[in-house]
Design a binder for this molecule. Structure first.
Ligand code: IMP
Length: 497
């Protein structure tokens, strides 16, 4: 037994001291781009992302729709592996085959919904318009559109149905799935539309093209795309069926893989990494983890990991620390691992990026994670709150929530992630709700603005510079308590905090 003379610390225990802000520190000059996979020091990583945020490998988070949305804003998502090989490969293929500019309809209602219900939904999502479909789904028969301008409390009873105020499909401009994006945009401008529904021969809604996507495209110029201009997507794998799963995912077009395990410091992971190298050389890239110390980083880097994921026990839905007594505060874990990463780079000339996974409870924690040296961040709770997350929207006591559950909960039963050989014998995660926050695009814009604002205060124009020059101080227990109280007073359901 060995007791280390170190306290396990989390992000909320630190604050950044401002450095000199120089004239070149302006939001448009801040480069948040990050390497995702291993590369020679001084050379570019074969996979870089402009927005260093990635979606967690979780049922409640990852889906083709989420992967497309995250890639559109310059990040990356991983399709979860707690499903059959065929189902996962199909999700990967769906992302690769997606037509840019055509998106899934976010807000949909049945014609029998009340004006009160649609009003609350539009307000919570900060949206102006919703599709009305026969079954209220994004792929139901399109019956009409309803916007905030179609009803008003002083003129209409909010108990009336959506059907009574919607603009019926016969009065709408719609287009067939064969239309190209530039034709769709021309139609939007010529006919002064905010939204163009794309409807199949059977009358089902297939997708929508939005006028505001023009602006989004201008804002997020650096989408994460492959050489053929398809969106990039990652996929989770495990150390059990990898010999069958990996070839299927590669065939489906996955751009990068990641071993999905709560504790990755294992011979099983090294076996998978070596197998990938021997089968594919450098043509298939694969990350490993999760780990919480430099020794484990070194082990996986030596075995060929293309990036290493850090975090045990810090996830918002995680009860691993209670159940197994293992883990480490995310700040301490990162500090140790990035030291090992930098030493490894100096010794071997190979840079192996570090992904900080879980435990981001508010946006300021993201800046702290970058200050601690993370190359990119994986998040579950953050993305699970958005329209694009696969779980249904739930209304409770007048507030909207999205369901969010851990991979180690009895709902997901991801036994391969938790190395439980007899199926899931005990839980390592919980099943709950997160406050609904609306569209991913709007929220990510605000989050990135906050990270850039922190970097400006700290006088940095790139993540590398931020990591090298950031000055962190510990906060006292007293001021931490005070801050926690203030944060809980200020919190609102729609904010990322
Ligand atoms: P969050 O961003 O704090 O919600 O954490 C998400 C991360 O928690 C994921 O990327 C996983 O690494 C981890 N995770 C997912 N499900 C579970 C679970 O059931 N128990 C423990 N950790 C989990």
């Amino acid at each position: 037994m060995q007791i280390l003379n170190e306290i396990s610390r989390t992000f909320g225990e630190y604050l950044l001291l401002p450095n000199l802000t120089t004239e070149d520190c302006t939001p448009d000059r801040i480069d948040l781009s990050a390497p995702v996979v291993r590369h020679r020091v001084g050379e570019a990583s074969p996979l870089r992302i402009a927005t260093p945020l990635v979606g967690a490998i979780m049922e409640a988070v990852s889906s083709p729709r989420m992967a497309i949305a995250v890639a559109q804003v310059g990040g990356l998502s991983f399709i979860h592996q707690n499903q059959t090989i065929a189902a996962q490969a199909q999700m990967v293929a769906a992302v690769k085959q997606h037509k840019a500019g055509f998106r899934h309809s976010d807000i949909n209602v049945k014609p029998s919904a009340t004006l009160s219900e649609i009003s609350a939904l539009l307000q919570a999502a900060e949206r102006d318009i919703a599709a009305v479909t026969d079954d209220g789904s994004a792929s139901g028969i399109l019956l009409g559109l309803i916007s905030r301008n179609d009803f008003h409390p002083s003129r209409h009873s909010f108990d009336d149905t959506v059907e009574s105020r919607m603009r019926p499909v016969g009065q709408l401009v719609i287009a067939p799935p064969s239309i190209s994006l530039s034709e769709a945009n021309t139609l939007i401008w010529d006919r002064r539309l905010d939204v163009l529904p794309i409807v199949g021969k059977d009358g089902r809604l297939e997708s929508i093209v939005l006028r505001r996507d023009y602006e989004l495209h201008k804002q997020f110029r650096d989408e994460t795309i492959d050489a053929a201009k398809a969106f990039a997507v990652g996929a989770g794998v495990n150390s059990r069926d990898y010999r069958e799963r990996i070839p299927a995912l590669v065939e489906a077009g996955a751009d990068v893989l990641c071993l999905d395990s709560s504790d990755g410091y294992s011979q099983y992971q090294a076996d998978v990494l070596r197998w990938v190298r021997s089968e594919y050389g450098d043509t298939v890239r694969i990350g490993a983890g999760n780990v919480v110390d430099g020794q484990a980083f070194g082990y996986l880097a030596e075995a060929g990991a293309d990036f290493v994921k850090v975090g045990i026990g810090g996830g918002s839905i995680c009860i691993t620390r209670d159940q197994k007594g293992i883990g480490r505060g995310q700040a301490s874990a990162l500090a140790d691992v990035v030291t090992a990463r930098d030493a490894y780079a100096q010794r071997t000339g190979e840079y192996v990026p570090v992904c900080s996974d879980g435990g981001i409870l508010q946006d300021s924690h993201m800046a702290l994670a970058f200050a601690f040296g993370a190359d990119f961040l994986m998040m579950g709770r953050y993305f699970a709150r958005f329209d694009e997350a696969p779980s249904p929207l739930v209304r409770m006591e007048g507030q909207f929530f999205k369901e969010y559950w851990g991979e180690g909960s009895s709902r997901a039963r991801n036994a391969s992630r938790y190395g439980q050989h007899e199926g899931l014998m005990f839980e390592e995660g919980v099943d709950g709700y997160v406050p609904y926050a609306g569209s991913l695009y709007d929220n990510v814009s605000v989050t990135l603005a906050k990270i850039k604002a922190t970097m400006i205060s700290c006088g940095s124009t790139s993540l590398r510079q931020f990591h090298e020059t950031a000055r962190l101080v510990e906060v006292s227990h007293q001021s931490w308590l005070q801050n926690t109280e203030e944060v809980s007073l200020r919190s609102t359901p729609s904010s990322g905090r």
